[in-house]
Write a protein that binds this ligand. Structure first.
Ligand SMILES: NC(=O)c1ccc[n+]([C@@H]2O[C@H](COP(=O)([O-])OP(=O)(O)OC[C@H]3O[C@@H](n4cnc5c(N)ncnc54)[C@H](OP(=O)(O)O)[C@@H]3O)[C@@H](O)[C@H]2O)c1
Length: 329
């Protein structure tokens, strides 16, 4: 099979298309013929050895995918050959075939095509867990989505709207904000041309923001936190801008507010039944037309490095799809 392989840690331009043996499923694993692998920010980190997972070289990046089950390992009773599934792999998704832990896979309903399924699980699964289990978002509350045109950001806009919230989308350009608007954002803040704190305070008045979805970090987190409502929740999701900010703890006291870590990957492993229930609810919201994943770019497997370069430069809006078998590309 063909795989886009990292043979030595380095920038995305060093990835190479290689012939590799088809991976075989071990205990509790399934083998999947990959239709589409969703590009995620950690793909840019893992190839440079900057991520928490450090696979043995050579390996293919690609942490989520969707395709068809082609073999089932011992002990797997949830899937049979031919099932359409989406799965999390940590790495190995940028290939024609991959193996995945069956516990980290879900059956894709007929209402969703495999390209959408390949980019759906990670962003939507993370945000739903963040808003539902962590922030316990209530209808009528206000959500501030930072990086609102990115994978996490757009999923925040759509899911928060579906949960009955008012959504303020914040991003670095008017083009990016137009995408967030098209996906349901109520109000928009361009934090390149406007002061984030002042603009959000103007929109939310005395009350402030109930929940902040923060996949960006760095210089945005503190001004965002300063717009917080009483008993607000700041969801720490990621640090796409690079630097990990330090927020003065007195701000939490003054607002009776919480800073909440979100680690969806661990939630999936620790509480698989809860995650499967979340995914079923997300598939249902998608079937109802309330979630519309935005695939802004499609790349054949050979060009996966170009996709990683684009996400490193903050140029991917919504999701990018890697089409892993030639007939899909
Ligand atoms: N905690 C979890 O369980 C979990 C799960 C999934 C992902 N994540 C993390 O969430 C973060 C965002 O993921 P994503 O899929 O939303 O990424 P994305 O699609 O690339 O979006 C990130 C956004 O961050 C902003 N940004 C600011 N500085 C940037 C820079 N130097 N490079 C790239 N983007 C920059 C950009 O928006 P503007 O230009 O509008 O500022 C961009 O749209 C990543 O760190 C990822 O690892 C965490």
């Amino acid at each position: 099979m063909q795989a886009l392989v990292c043979e030595a840690y380095g920038p995305p331009e060093t990835l190479k298309l290689r012939d590799m043996p088809i991976p075989q499923p071990g205990d509790g694993e399934i083998q999947i013929r990959v239709h589409c692998s969703g590009l995620n920010f950690p793909d840019s980190l893992i190839i440079e050895n900057k991520y928490q997972f450090k696979p043995e070289l050579p390996f293919a990046p690609g942490s989520e995918l969707a395709g068809t089950v082609t073999a089932v390992g011992p002990g797997v009773d949830r899937f049979v050959i031919g099932d359409r599934v989406s799965a999390l792999t940590s790495w190995g998704g940028f290939a024609e075939y991959a193996v995945a832990n069956a516990q980290l896979a879900t059956r894709v309903p007929e209402t969703m095509d495999l390209e959408t399924a390949g980019v759906f699980t990670c962003a939507y699964g993370t945000v739903y867990h963040a808003l539902k289990q962590r922030a316990r978002l209530q209808p009528g509350e206000t959500v501030l989505a930072l990086g609102a045109s990115g994978g996490i950001g757009l999923a925040t806009v759509e899911i928060a709207k579906a949960m009955g919230a008012r959504v303020i989308a914040a991003a670095s350009s008017d083009e990016k904000l137009a995408i967030a608007k098209a996906h349901g954002a109520d109000e928009l803040v361009n934090y390149k041309t406007h002061n984030l704190k002042d603009a959000v305070k103007q929109l939310t008045g005395k009350h402030g923001v109930d929940v902040i979805s923060d996949p960006v970090g760095d210089a945005l987190s503190e001004p965002a936190f300063r717009t917080m409502a009483w008993e607000g929740r700041h969801l720490v999701i990621g640090f796409a801008a690079g630097a990990i900010p330090a927020i003065p703890l007195n701000l939490t006291l003054l607002k009776g507010a919480s800073i909440m870590g979100v680690f969806w990957g661990d939630f999936v492993v620790r509480t698989p039944a809860e995650n499967h229930a979340n995914m079923d609810e997300l598939y249902e919201l998608h079937a109802q037309g309330k979630l519309k994943p935005h695939i802004s770019a499609r790349y054949p497997l050979a060009d996966g490095g170009k996709a990683i370069r684009a996400i490193m430069e903050g140029k991917v809006t919504g999701r990018a799809a890697i089409l892993c078998n030639a007939e899909n590309g």
